[in-house]
Design a protein around this ligand. Structure first.
Ligand code: TXA
Ligand code: MG
Length: 319
């Protein structure tokens, strides 16, 4: 099938809605990364997401909704979840919440769990699409399983490294401004908030709002709480090592701050973590295409640095 690139105007959104209503997945822009969306109530449509991505079927998907009123039809929010929703939605935060009975969400969407990961994206084009479609959209990141996430419609439509030829359309609304996936928060059985995946919303901001420290179950990689958190998830095809101050001349150097290495791709010349996050997947992809081993400069573990390092550790993990 040919993958059509749609502009995010009224006609493009109409075409995207038509594909979604027919049970086909469509790639969509969000502020974090591009998503591969399908009607979360339609199990066949959701299965086509897994198929297009080649994704292991036990992995639950995030459901995207335009506002809190729509979220409350599908999931229940405790006091902490409500406070986080009011402070950080719309935006790069996903919360794993108890699923309501009669929510209408297909069980393939949640991989059979009685919880659902929900996000209210702020992206203007995605907001227009969600309101035009009028139903919950399940959407993982729009990349083949195990490959780096896509932050532009061109990444998505690429035949070799993306989903080109496997999906009918991509709604193109420019580069994703945040550039890493959403931060995922869940609650333990005894009600403690936990960081399931670092991402575009710094964990420090969540801890400051709640006034508590988050549990960090994701550091136990043998028993992932969030099933997508397998170590080698974000994988370029060449080797990658981290915390490198003196890269070898034959390596591609992913620099952070000034560098005069002959093969430097710079995440941020000025050492800005937000800029580095927004560039990360694009530069990983470019480095991968160069075919040389990748050495990455030390990145501070604060703010968006935690999400960047998490992605890099997965890219560096042996497989
Ligand atoms: O920024 C984002 O979050 C992007 C955009 C498209 O919204 N989406 C995204 O989705 O990164 P995905 O599928 O690549 O990652 C979703 C993660 C997976 O690791 C999955 O296991 C976890 O969320 N997840 C979803 N629902 C869950 C649930 N009910 N319980 C535990 N983990 C869940
Ligand atoms: Mg993903």
């Amino acid at each position: 099938m040919d993958t059509q690139i749609l502009s995010a105007d009224a006609a493009g959104i109409k075409t995207a809605c038509d594909w979604l209503a027919q049970g086909m997945p469509v790639a969509v822009p969000t502020e974090t990364v591009y998503g591969l969306a399908a009607d979360a109530r339609n199990s066949k449509a959701v299965a086509r997401i897994y198929e297009a991505k080649g994704r292991p079927s036990f992995n639950p998907l995030i459901v995207h909704l335009p506002d809190l009123a729509e979220v409350e039809k599908i999931a229940t929010l405790g006091p902490q979840a409500r406070a986080l929703a009011e402070a950080f939605w719309p935006g790069p935060l996903t919360m794993v919440l108890p699923l309501r009975a009669q929510s209408g969400i297909a069980s393939i969407t949640t991989a059979g769990l009685d919880t659902v990961g929900i996000r209210v994206p702020s992206h203007a084009g995605m907001q227009r699409l969600m309101r035009a479609f009028g139903g919950p959209l399940a959407a993982p990141s729009a990349n083949p399983s195990g490959r780096v996430s896509a932050t532009s419609a061109q990444h998505v439509a690429d035949i070799a490294s993306g989903l080109g030829g496997r999906i009918p359309a991509v709604l193109d609304d420019g580069a994703s401004p945040v550039g890493v996936e959403s931060t995922i928060i869940g609650w333990s059985d005894d009600g403690q908030p936990a960081l399931l995946r670092p991402g575009g919303l710094p964990a420090e901001a969540i801890e400051a709002l709640l006034g508590v420290r988050l549990l960090h179950p994701e550091s136990n990689h043998d028993a992932p709480t969030s099933p997508g958190q397998l170590l080698s998830h974000y994988a370029p095809s060449v080797g990658l090592r981290m915390e490198v101050r003196d890269p070898a001349p034959h390596e591609t150097y992913l620099a952070f701050g000034p560098s005069d290495h002959p093969h430097a791709l710079n995440l941020s010349e000025s050492g800005d973590l937000t800029e580095a996050a927004a560039q990360l997947f694009d530069l990983l992809r470019r480095a991968d295409l160069l075919g040389r081993a990748i050495a990455v400069a030390p990145i501070p573990e604060t703010g968006l640095g935690a999400a960047i390092n998490d992605r890099l550790r997965r890219a560096a993990a042996p497989r």
